[in-house]
Design a protein around this ligand. Structure first.
Ligand SMILES: C[S@@+](CC[C@H](N)C(=O)[O-])C[C@H]1O[C@@H](n2cnc3c(N)ncnc32)[C@H](O)[C@@H]1O
Length: 336
């Protein structure tokens, strides 16, 4: 006769301090083999993040918080949260309903991918450095905006810019609308429901950025539960991962000012981009972890080459979602 599996949270209700919870939950997450990279890159930081936010404590809390005594209802809340995370494999950010890019907080839920883009490192400095000296960014657009996080970073980073943002998902745009409002940017960030640029009004942008779906469909089919919990269409870049990227590159030529730039985060498609778009002179921006996975194309190269060198874009071939997306640096380090 098979014995029922032991409850991995047995005894957790007796843990009396956040510090005791931290040790227990770190081991719990490691043993459960949860997938990381959406909020933190190791089990300790993910556990600490969940403890602090479940207790309503700031991420900058010092070590003294780990010694405070927990009330019974706080222990019960922690137990419920870690059960959802370790047993049900719900992503931490969907449990807290928030995600952070640097100092910026965003509402997230199952309607959007959890923000963790390399553009956090590149807006505004590295992108501005690619533009001709003295360029004032007045028009920018974030294609495939999801929660609106990168459009909002653009608006904060380029305070003179009017920013457009588009996504094909009406659900994602509902979340983006809330975030734009909470960042007090409704007068500077316009949202459009659009398949890439199809329904975005014409404009000559100084900057086009995008963190599009870029995973090959077959990878998406095998992703860990945490990544499968994100909208499939946030990951799935079609058969070879390049379907949306091709369409974006093709359409961008007519949307850029003569000095403008198109910057795309492409995950593991570095070699594929260099191969297929060599004639467009791709340039790669360095990132802190050395993945250098953001490519820049200049308007002049796009127009000179007549834009598309590979297969013509085929919007209908795009389908749904995967997960080699960049892990976000954990913010909750101080309370160790
Ligand atoms: C990787 S997510 C990026 C979201 C956000 N920019 C971020 O960095 O967190 C890709 C987004 O592209 C959207 N998307 C997928 N296909 C699209 C298409 N054909 N046109 C516009 N957006 C699309 C998805 O709904 C998803 O929100």
């Amino acid at each position: 006769m098979r014995r029922p599996a032991a409850d991995p949270l047995a005894g957790a209700a007796d843990l009396a301090t956040p510090g005791a919870w931290l040790a227990f939950a770190t081991a719990l997450l490691e043993k459960a083999g949860v997938a990381l990279g959406q909020v933190a890159t190791d089990a300790h930081d993910e556990a600490l993040y969940l403890i602090l936010r479940t207790l309503g404590l700031p991420l900058e809390s010092g070590p003294a918080v780990l010694r405070r005594s927990l009330k019974p209802e706080e222990r019960a809340r922690l137990e419920a949260v870690f059960r959802r995370r370790a047993v049900d494999r719900v992503p931490a950010a969907y449990l807290t309903r928030e995600a952070w890019l640097g100092p910026h907080r965003f509402l997230v839920d199952e309607r959007v991918i959890i923000p963790r883009s390399y553009f956090l490192e590149l807006i505004p400095g590295a992108l501005a450095a690619c533009l001709p000296r003295g360029t004032r960014v007045r028009r920018a657009v974030d294609v495939c905006t999801g929660s609106g996080c990168l459009a909002i970073l653009l608006a904060h980073g380029f305070p003179e810019a009017q920013v457009d943002a588009c996504d094909l998902s009406a659900d994602a745009l509902d979340v983006a609308r809330v975030n734009v409002r909470e960042h007090h940017l409704a007068d500077r960030v316009g949202l459009f429901r659009s398949d890439v640029f199809d329904a975005v009004p014409p404009a000559a942008y100084d900057l086009i950025i995008s963190n599009p779906p870029y995973e090959p469909s077959a990878h998406v089919d095998t992703q860990a539960p945490e990544f499968a919990a994100e909208p499939r269409m946030a990951h799935d870049g079609g058969r070879d991962g390049l379907v949306i990227i091709r369409k974006l590159i093709h359409q961008a030529a007519n949307r850029l000012a003569p000095h403008g730039l198109l910057a795309i985060e492409v995950g593991g498609l570095h070699a594929a981009i260099n191969r297929e778009f060599a004639a467009l002179r791709p340039e790669w921006l360095p990132t802190q972890d050395g993945s250098d996975c953001v490519v820049v194309f200049r308007a002049a190269s796009l127009t000179a080459a007549g834009t598309v060198t590979g297969p013509r874009p085929n919007a209908s071939a795009a389908s749904r979602p995967s997960t080699s997306r960049s892990p976000q640096a954990p913010r909750s380090r101080r309370a160790r």
